[in-house]
Write a protein that binds this ligand. Sequence first.
Ligand code: SF4
Length: 70
Amino acid sequence: MWNVEVSPECIGSGVCAGTAPRHFTLGPDGRSRPLATPTAPDEAILDAAVSCPMEAIAVTDSDTGAPVET
Ligand code: SF4
């Protein structure tokens, strides 16, 4: 399983929610948040992390805590 975190650097661009709508949504504060974490590995999460203009999305292995390569 993967842990997905969005840091406070998020500027609410919505790119992640557009790229991976099953995994991210914009909250009432205008920032993104993961819809589920931990979650099963999905390439779409990494696509969103790479696309984020603020590099605000961190994906780690929920067993080891190691960063998942994007
Ligand atoms: S792509 Fe990055 S900056 Fe844009 S809403 Fe998602 S986490 Fe925030």
